[in-house]
Design a protein around this ligand. Structure first.
Ligand SMILES: [Fe+2]
Ligand SMILES: [Fe+2]
Length: 193
């Protein structure tokens, strides 16, 4: 639950972004795996709604697809500075596996530039700010969330909720990781049905 925020993000709509295990080079567990990408998906959709109050315009569909692709091409859980570049290239190579309406160029941009520092991106678009903040809101899992790095007021408002969601989903034993994380968000009032 986020104070003063009425979620219009619905679990049933998020289901269409369910990533396939075979998209990822490595097993779907781990700190950059399915649970992480599902929480990032949730935060992109919540922040996409919230940042309207800050006068920002974002593409929720592009943000959603980037969430479930951005860390799939990691070779390791270490720094691996090229994994965003690889995720972008992977999407371009697998274009035909995704809906035709997908905003590929925007998703490629988000995947490519989610890794480097903000000042290195050609343009720090509203989409990229929201994407990096959503990824940042899941840094509880590596005990390295520094709120001074968050770019939007919305992400600051979501800090406690992001901690609660991470805490409830940090050790998932069921094989249905995606559904388990979405259901936890539903129970916590972060998303609706
Ligand atoms: Fe990443
Ligand atoms: Fe990530």
């Amino acid at each position: 639950m986020i104070d003063g925020f009425v979620s219009q993000v619905s679990l049933s709509k998020l289901m269409k972004y369910k990533p396939r295990a075979e998209w990822s080079i490595r097993p779907v567990g781990g700190i950059h795996g399915m649970a992480h990408m599902t929480r990032v998906l949730i935060w992109t959709q919540v922040l996409a709604q919230m940042v309207r109050d800050e006068g920002m315009t974002v593409d929720a569909d592009a943000l959603a697809w980037a969430s479930v692709i951005h860390d799939t091409q990691r070779w390791s859980d270490g720094r691996d500075r090229q994994h965003g570049e690889r995720a972008a290239a992977w999407l371009e190579d697998h274009r035909e596996d995704f809906p035709e309406s997908m905003p590929v160029e925007q998703i490629v941009y988000l995947c490519r530039w989610h890794v480097p520092d903000d000042n290195l991106a050609p343009e720090m678009t509203d989409d990229l700010k929201v994407f990096k903040d959503s990824d940042g809101l899941d840094r509880w899992r590596i005990f390295d969330l520094d709120k001074r790095h968050l770019r939007t007021a919305a992400a600051h408002r979501a800090l406690q909720a992001s901690h609660d969601l991470w805490n409830a989903t940090r050790r998932i034993t069921s094989p249905d990781i995606f559904e388990t994380v979405l259901n936890a968000a539903l129970r916590q009032g972060i998303i609706g049905e």
